[in-house]
Design a protein around this ligand. Structure first.
Ligand SMILES: Cc1cc2nc3c(=O)[nH]c(=O)nc-3n(C[C@H](O)[C@H](O)[C@H](O)COP(=O)(O)OP(=O)(O)OC[C@H]3O[C@@H](n4cnc5c(N)ncnc54)[C@H](O)[C@@H]3O)c2cc1C
Ligand SMILES: *[C@@H]1O[C@H](CO)[C@@H](O)[C@H](O)[C@H]1NC(C)=O
Ligand SMILES: *[C@@H]1O[C@H](CO)[C@@H](O)[C@H](O)[C@H]1NC(C)=O
Ligand SMILES: *[C@@H]1O[C@H](CO)[C@@H](O)[C@H](O)[C@H]1NC(C)=O
Length: 604
């Protein structure tokens, strides 16, 4: 039976046209792998192995894996299961009701850190399919949805290696899960085996980096599971206090998806992306080897890991970064909402004024985090950040904007504060974020050129986004402002980011368990209305792989531009068979999740 299926696969593959695409390793003369064949609407697919398939590993094989990973293999029970009598899992039914546990998960559902510490939860639940949310009706049905099936709570690099080997040899869908923050659903996946990296919490500082490359300043080496708040806290305790590039969100990991997508934050105006500050990675590649990647060793892999896409080239076990002296900083909050005006024309005039200064803000080193349209007609700038600036210096940069707002005759609310370090400002002036919500997220960036040459088009795109029932989260920075141009090419991020002045996230709320037609409509709105407006409003912008529509049109160009062809070659070299998969990452052109986003398959 299997031989027959395999023969069919091989002959089908000989007909495959695209020389660039990944294909099953049978073609490459390696040990044959097991595939599940599918045919959908006249197209043939070779799929990974899932529960119920002949090629799904048997009990003994799982037990052997469990022994290899020190007993750290778990069957994944969705977080809401304690509120239900029974969890109807793919490996069988489990009695799960537990009043105290149900109470705990219900009250903590929106707490980021609570969700992060679960083995395989996704913080944006849309991509889990939401088939087991906490409930007060225990007789309702709880199923796994798109939560993964089994999890290795890895404690050592050897556990990660064992997980990669097992997934490769058995042709399983493999998910690397760090904090579960992912906006695109890349840290969950139907029928998957997860390697959870949360236990890798080591943090080690050095005054003078002595490893590869020509940098010799202070550095930090972090384990794969370290989150921003922890490393920032420890760096701040150094004398004098130090800081590193992280996202604006303190709970995102600093050695997982963030750096592999790039990693922008309040320090990006000065040092570029987190990826631009990387010195070295210890990784497990698709062949199961533990490798070092830095400027001297596996330099191609080192480059690709710096913004080339999460879960595409290797599993990061440990990462080393440059760190920097922290500086006194000033911040300011600005709000304009319906308590200030209900006049829509006037409100958008104010938005135009604010946004028209984006080039001015980044040219003066400001980082600006804002939300637009969260409650319909509101602009919420929390905050403007002046790192290394006194309150007077910050005011001086903002002065022309305030003069123009005053000229419009609009009122607004501000509050200002200054701090001995940026870290202190970060603690005091940034807002916390919530988990457990369901939405589709997209995004685009606004190029300097488009602000300068056709700003009305940018603002009219914003109006389209808000009137479609979406809203915007903006991050004003330029990744080329402080980083010397000769270093721009050291990372794999899209070169267009060096001339960006605003990086936007768009949100289209939609329930994770909505009818399929509603989900399709939401996806269509995101791609073809909301993000389409931004693409048109800033044709010289680009998209950020970590905060974007998973189905971004022309994603190769949008995410990477001219770096894409080199990334494709490196993917081919390090993961020719697609052991790793994350949507819209280099080399995944022929992979598809068929059968309503479930089975991951190669189109053949
Ligand atoms: C509230 C919020 C705020 C955010 N703010 C910012 C921001 O300011 N700047 C910014 O740049 N981004 C920001 N992001 C986006 C963030 O970059 C992504 O969500 C990122 O993917 C999170 O990485 P993670 O490792 O913490 O999460 P996970 O969801 O666990 O992982 C994300 C992806 O990385 C892969 N991955 C994780 N660990 C590893 C590893 N060790 N090796 C290989 N692959 C791995 C996963 O498989 C997955 O594809 C924000 C996201 C949220 C939800
Ligand atoms: C793995 O082994 C541990 C320790 O013996 C056990 O508690 C756990 O249930 C096992 N996991 C699976 C999936 O059987
Ligand atoms: C996912 O949710 C949709 C409804 O949105 C449902 O039709 C489908 O059966 C669900 N699939 C799984 C695997 O839970
Ligand atoms: C709304 O604001 C615009 C722009 O300032 C102004 O021209 C218009 O008269 C205002 N409308 C009302 C009803 O006040």
């Amino acid at each position: 039976m299997r031989g027959g299926v395999f023969g069919l696969l091989c002959s089908a593959l000989l007909l495959a046209q695209d020389a660039v695409a990944q294909r099953p390793n049978a073609v490459r003369g390696n040990k044959p792998k097991k595939w599940v064949m599918r045919s959908v609407a006249g197209a043939d697919y070779a799929c990974k192995c899932y529960p119920g398939d002949d090629c799904w590993p048997n009990r003994g094989q799982w037990q052997k894996l469990n022994n290899t990973v020190g007993g750290n293999l778990q069957v994944n029970i969705p977080p809401g299961a304690p509120c239900y009598n029974t969890f109807q899992g793919p490996l069988g039914d489990v009695a799960t009701y537990n009043a105290a546990e149900c109470q705990k998960v219900t009250s903590n559902w929106n707490d980021e850190q609570f969700q992060i510490e679960l083995p395989a939860a996704g913080l944006w639940t849309y991509f889990t399919n939401d088939t087991c949310r906490p409930t007060t009706t225990p007789t309702d049905t709880c199923t796994l949805g798109y939560y993964p099936v089994l999890v290795i709570m890895a404690k050592t690099a050897a556990h990660i290696q064992a997980g990669v080997d097992f997934a490769r040899e058995n042709n399983l869908r493999l998910i690397i899960r760090n904090t579960g923050h992912d906006f695109l659903g890349r840290s969950v996946g139907w029928g998957a085996l997860v390697i959870n990296t949360h236990s890798f919490q080591d943090i080690k500082f050095s005054d003078a980096w002595s490893g590869a490359g020509d940098y010799s300043g202070p550095a930090v080496t972090v384990g794969a599971g370290v989150q921003a708040f922890e490393v920032l806290k420890q760096a701040n305790a150094l004398k004098p206090p130090k800081i590193m590039v992280t996202g604006e969100c303190a709970t995102v990991g600093v050695a997982g998806g963030l750096v592999q997508g790039g990693g922008h934050g309040p320090l990006t105006n000065f040092y570029g992306f987190l990826a631009d500050t990387a010195l070295e990675f210890k990784v497990v590649t698709a062949d199961g080897d533990l490798k070092t990647a830095n400027a001297d060793t596996n330099a191609d892999l080192f480059w690709a890991l710096r913004g080339g896409g999460p879960s595409a080239f290797a599993v990061i076990v440990e990462a080393s970064y440059k760190i920097f002296e922290d500086k006194p900083s000033a911040g300011l909050h600005l709000d304009i909402d319906q308590s200030h005006t209900t006049n829509t024309t006037l409100f958008w005039e104010a938005v135009r004024v604010f946004h028209g200064y984006s080039t001015h803000f980044v040219d003066n080193g400001l980082y600006v985090y804002y939300e637009l349209g969260t409650t319909g007609q509101n602009l919420h700038v929390h905050p403007f950040v002046g790192i290394g600036k006194t309150p007077e210096e910050l005011q001086a940069v903002l002065e022309p904007m305030f003069a123009d707002l005053d000229g419009l005759g609009i009122t607004y609310t501000t509050s200002e504060a200054d701090f001995p370090t940026f870290y202190d400002l970060y603690q005091a002036m940034f807002e916390g974020e919530m988990a457990g919500n369901s939405a589709l997220t997209g995004g685009w960036t606004i190029a300097r050129q488009d602000v300068e040459e056709n700003h009305p088009a940018v603002i009219s795109a914003f109006q389209t986004v808000v009137s479609a029932g979406s809203f915007l989260i903006g991050h004003m920075w330029s990744a080329g402002h402080g980083l010397p141009e000769e270093q721009w090419g050291d990372s794999a991020v899209n070169p267009r980011f060096r001339n960006v002045v605003d990086k936007l996230i768009t949100i289209v709320p939609v329930a994770g368990n909505a009818p399929l037609a509603d989900k399709a409509a939401a996806q269509d709105k995101l791609t073809n209305v909301v993000d389409a407006a931004l693409r048109e409003g800033s044709p010289n912008g680009c998209a950020y792989i970590n905060e974007a529509d998973p189905y971004e049109p022309n994603w190769q160009e949008a995410f990477w531009g001219e770096t894409y062809s080199r990334l494709l070659e490196i993917r081919q070299k390090y993961d020719p068979d697609g052991v790793f998969y994350a949507v819209s990452t280099p080399g995944t052109e022929n992979w598809e999740q068929i059968e309503t986003g479930t089975r991951l398959c190669l189109k053949i």
